[in-house]
Structure formats: structure tokens, C-alpha cells
Design a protein around this ligand. Sequence first.
Ligand SMILES: Cc1cc2nc3c(=O)[nH]c(=O)nc-3n(C[C@H](O)[C@H](O)[C@H](O)COP(=O)(O)OP(=O)(O)OC[C@H]3O[C@@H](n4cnc5c(N)ncnc54)[C@H](O)[C@@H]3O)c2cc1C
Length: 392
Amino acid sequence: MSLETFRKETRDWLEANCPPGMRVPAKGEADICWGGRNWTFASDDQRIWLERMAERGWTVPTWPKEYGGGGLTKEEGFVLKEEMKAMKARSPLDSFGIWMLGPALLKYGSEEQKREHLPKIARGEIRWCQGYSEPGAGSDLASLRTKGVLDGDEYVINGQKVWTSYADKSDWIFALVRTEADAPKHLGISFILIDMDTPGVSTKPIKLISGKSPFCETFFDDARAPVSNVVGKPGQGWDIAKYLLSHERAGIVSDAVSGGLNPVGAAHLAGEVDEKGRIADPILRGDVARLTIDALAFEATLRRVKDEADKGEGVGAKASILKYVGTELNKRRHELNMSALGSDGLLWEGEKEEDGEAARSWLRSRANSIEGGTSEIQLNIVAKRVLELPGT
Ligand SMILES: Cc1cc2nc3c(=O)[nH]c(=O)nc-3n(C[C@H](O)[C@H](O)[C@H](O)COP(=O)(O)OP(=O)(O)OC[C@H]3O[C@@H](n4cnc5c(N)ncnc54)[C@H](O)[C@@H]3O)c2cc1C
């Protein structure tokens, strides 16, 4: 089928199947569908949209059909994205399973692991969280101490993770565990899939200044996981962790410059648009123009890197450039939203669900340059692995 025919059929299908409630921008966190065993849909439209898209494999359009995907080519996947954007259709499902674990399983997972986990991710049935960071292992991730000791065909796992986003709402965790105590730092780590219902796994929310709590501490006390839950080979976890991180980093920025409220929308909300349809304040107008140009250039670069990656071995260390630039752009976007909104931007809570969203998103954007590896670490990686500069 030609790409043009595919585009037309896709548009027709989306037109007929995307419920009206899913064609308006999300009002906030509650409008984003994460799926999982404990998920309660925010509306019938949200449920119907997920069901219809999952049925077609379009929650993960370019994954192979046998694993719940749509089997689309990269170009078709891009057309689908464009057509969804054109009708303002929301993503039917956001998840760490889609952005991070899925790509890692597709590359390193056994056939059994793929068949077991990927379709459930695609249908939004199982929600995953990421067990990487520990109290003494953030940027220096390979210092992690959570350990797994072999007992028959199971690992007995003990230790603690921290900053595990949504651990209290997730069904499974992909965790890095030190399984070979005497091996060199990077070589004794395994990548293990663990059901959060396993006895000995517990979570405790970490309260933030906003009063909200997406983060948790996660504890493993003699928790058992079968050896068959190790992805790749025991001790190969570092390679898988790095591969997954390159997807996490690329994922963090993929909607950095286009998702949610933008400064032009914010200026409209604040009544800051003049009779010619321009942002009235010339300084703000200049800042918005510069951001828009930078965002377009960034999107073009993002696409180029992805195209190159599809021809070769993944995004690799270039994900660090994208993460650094993309998260800085995202922070600028939210700063500008706040400038455009003026004192309205200071609203924190109100009668409507979306009240205060601009301020909360602005604060949240600041975490972009920490999560998935801090900006300083990205710059180190760029210096070392992209520019091949000598170490200090
Ligand atoms: C919103 C958010 C969500 C997160 N979600 C998860 C999650 O779901 N699962 C998970 O496992 N983790 C998660 N994290 C944790 C995140 O990955 C870590 O916070 C991050 O890797 C930094 O580690 P750290 O907090 O220990 O800081 P540290 O490593 O202690 O760093 C502190 C400061 O020192 C700098 N620094 C450290 N080493 C160097 C160096 N060699 N050169 C230059 N500067 C350096 C850092 O850049 C930083 O500014 C999340 C974090 C955030 C903010």
C-alpha cells in the first residue's frame, strides 16, 4: 500500500474511531491514561479509545503484530503520528512499558518473555515501573547494591530503590540487581523483571513539596524472582540498562517541545494577543519566536537522529545530546508559559481539575534535566562518547 493510501485510510479510521473527548488537549495528569491492573478510566471515551487503538496494535504501532503491535513501518508510524496530531487525538496509552521496557525486551528478551509481557504492555493491562536508582547510586548507577543471591532456580533479592516513579501504582518493576558480588562493578549486574505482588516487595511514597507523590522508595526483603525473569544473560544487565536508558532519554524529549500548553496558547488565555493576532508584548513575542524556531530545529534533528538510528544500532550516545537540548527547551517553554500567563500563572489550585496546571507543569519541567540522568551526566557522555574528548 502506498504511503498516501495509508494516510487516507488512517485519517478515515481515526475520524470514525477517535471519540470526541479524546480530541481535546489533556487537562492534566488525570487525563493521561497509564493503564495497569489498578487503572480506573477517567471517562468512557478514554476507555473506548484505548480499546480501539490496542485492538489495531496502534498503542505500539511499529512493534511486530505477534507481540501486540501494529506491524507498521517506521514511515507509516510517522504518518499515524502526524494524522493523530492533525486531529488533536491524544495518545491512547502512556507507559514505561511502551517507552522503555518494550524496546529492551524486543532487543534482549527471550521469545517467551516477549510473548508473555509485550502484548500486555500494548493493551495497557500491566503497568511497569523502573527500579534503577538507589540511595547511593544515581548518576553513579553502577554502584548499586541491591543484591540477588541464587537459590535453586530463583534469585533471593534484598535492597532498596529510590525515586521509583509510580511504584505504588505499578504491577511489575524492571530492576537492576547485583547478582555477582565479586565481579567488576559493571559486570555483576542483572536486569530482572519482578512482579510487585511478590512477597517481600513493598513501596513507600515520598511526599513532595507540591503535596503530590509520584515517587516511591521500593524495598526488597528476601523477595524471590525466578531466574527465567532475567532479561538477557545474568551479569549482562549493564548493557541492557544502557540500551533502555537511550530510549528513556529519547522518550523524555519526544514531546518536550509539543506536548501540553504552549506559550501562544498561554498568551491567548491571558488575553495577551492583539487585534492582529500577534502576542502584544514585543519582548514576549520575540522570546516565543526564538523558542518556536529552536523547537522546529530540534524536532528536525530528533527526526534525523531517529532515521539514522533506524538504519543502524539505535540512538546510542546521541540520545544524550537530545536529552540535554530537549529538556532545556522544555524548561524554556514552561518559563515562557508562565511569563505569558502573568499573575494567572501563579494559580495553584482552583475549582477546575486543570486549575494550577501551568504552575505544576512548570515545576515538573525542572525535573526533566534530572530524571533519566542529569544534564551534567549527559554533557559528560557527549564529551566522552560523541566528541571523543580526552578524559580529565
Ligand atoms: C522526576 C524524576 C523521576 C524519576 N524516576 C525514576 C524512576 O522511575 N526510577 C528510577 O530508578 N529513578 C528515577 N529517578 C531518579 C533519577 O534517575 C536520578 O535522580 C538521577 O539519575 C540523578 O541521580 P541522583 O538523584 O542520585 O543525583 P546524584 O547522582 O547524587 O547527583 C547530584 C548532582 O551531582 C551531579 N553529578 C554527579 N556525578 C557527576 C559527575 N560525574 N560529573 C558531573 N556532575 C555530576 C549531578 O549532575 C547532580 O547535579 C527520577 C528522578 C526524577 C527527578
